[in-house]
Design a protein around this ligand. Structure first.
Ligand code: GCO
Ligand code: MN
Ligand code: MN
Length: 389
């Protein structure tokens, strides 16, 4: 049984260089761990059983590297990939660390910063594609404001649109097989970030020149920080054909951005999310965008990475158990029962259908009086998660 929790390539588990490489710096404290070179991170991830590794341009190549240094770093990194069999499914741009981006990148008020952000992203896209990436993430951490006296939010959206349109055209021009995934977040590091939620990003995508190329990278912590239900966000993205990527981690609502190990806070929510991804057949990366507690050393970082994957696999097994549980399925069949009586009123609008529906007598009191057994279903779910079924 324990073997079922061993990660394999088919599980599509990925981590960012910045996740296992997190040195534990926070606003109050200095690093507690030594930096991990990209090559060392690749070996660590291969050791713990991950399938892939993702990176920001500057996780791999320092922002001030010379062309010769870039070439050497990429060569060594690709050699490590080849030696371990790890792949690079996703890449992204660091448009937040350098002081140049203190007022944002694509939405900065300074047109030079906006142009530099585009230039940096084109180079980063080239780098990602060179390493095999097929998904390119846009997390606009600095795309926001502390005071709305400083920036017109409608103008900011226009600037963001112009940048994404430009970069879509660049990708097409190069003939790259690359899709973009927008990663919404409500706040942190900016006071408020534009396109704060999955819903906001979905609305934005519909206004782009090439909407088919652009989808979502929802993150558990980000929707949770906004007090929203991440499963609802993921489901809406999926239903729209826009779930291009997912960032799995955990978060206590109402706190700073915690990036906790996947499934370590809200187990029921994590279970229902895994069940959703597995039930619908989501085929993309399961990317863990989290990091080890600041208390951990190198061994703790491995525990953290193993824990993310192990919890996912346990929850995946529980999802299969849920789907095979006779009591749960009988209850679900009852809940979703349909005797066909309403069939004449279902489907697209017709004048005749509307007239018939308007004339139909409903027993409103009976509809309201019926108990739905959701308490029992939820407790069966809890029993299952607690291992007593
Ligand atoms: C965060 C974000 C980032 C992004 C990463 C990839 O809260 O800091 O989740 O980790 O996912 O920059 O774009
Ligand atoms: Mn995050
Ligand atoms: Mn993220």
């Amino acid at each position: 049984m324990a073997d079922a929790y061993v990660p394999r390539a088919e599980h599509r588990f990925t981590f960012g260089l910045w996740t296992v490489g997190n040195v534990g710096r926070d606003p109050f404290g200095e690093p507690v761990r030594a930096p991990l070179s990209p090559v060392a991170a690749v070996h660590l991830l291969a050791d713990v059983g991950a399938w892939g590794v993702n990176f920001h341009d500057n996780d791999l190549v320092p922002i001030d590297a010379s062309p010769a240094e870039r070439e050497r770093i990429v060569r060594e990194f690709r050699a490590a990939l080849a030696a371990t069999g790890l792949v690079v499914p996703m890449a992204t741009t660091n448009l937040f660390s350098d002081p140049a981006f203190k007022d944002g990148a694509f939405t900065a008020n300074d047109p030079r910063v906006r142009a530099y952000a585009l230039q940096k992203t084109m180079h980063a896209i080239d780098l990602g594609v060179e390493c095999g990436a097929t998904t390119y993430v846009f997390w606009g951490g600095r795309e926001g404001s502390e005071s709305d006296a400083t920036k017109n939010p409608a103008e900011a959206i226009k600037r963001f649109r112009e940048a994404i349109n430009f970069l879509c055209a660049y990708v097409r021009d190069q003939g790259y097989a690359l899709r973009f995934a927008l990663e919404p977040k409500p706040n942190e590091p900016r006071g408020d970030i534009f396109l704060a939620t999955v819903g906001a990003a979905l609305g934005f995508i519909a206004t782009l020149d090439h909407p088919g190329m652009v989808g979502l990278n929802p993150e558990v912590a980000h929707e949770t920080m906004a007090g929203l239900n991440v499963l609802h966000a993921v489901a809406q993205a999926w239903e729209a054909g826009k779930l291009f990527h997912i960032d799995l981690n955990d978060q206590v609502p109402g706190r700073y951005d915690q990036d906790l190990r996947f499934g370590s806070v809200n187990i029921k929510q994590a279970f229902l999310l895994v069940k959703f991804l597995e039930d619908v057949g989501y085929a993309g990366s399961r990317h863990f965008d989290a990091h080890a507690f600041r208390t951990e050393d190198a061994a703790g970082v491995r525990e953290f990475a193993r824990g993310c994957m192990r919890t996912y696999l346990i929850l995946k097994e529980r999802a299969a158990q849920f789907n095979a549980d006779a009591d749960i399925q009988a209850l679900l069949a009852e809940i979703h029962a349909d005797d066909g009586a309403m069939a004449p009123f279902q489907g697209a609008y017709t004048a005749a259908r509307a007239a018939a529906l308007k004339a139909h007598p409903f027993d409103r009191a009976a509809l309201g009086a019926r108990g739905l057994a959701y308490e029992r279903l939820d407790q069966l779910t809890i029993d299952l998660l607690l291992g007593v079924r």
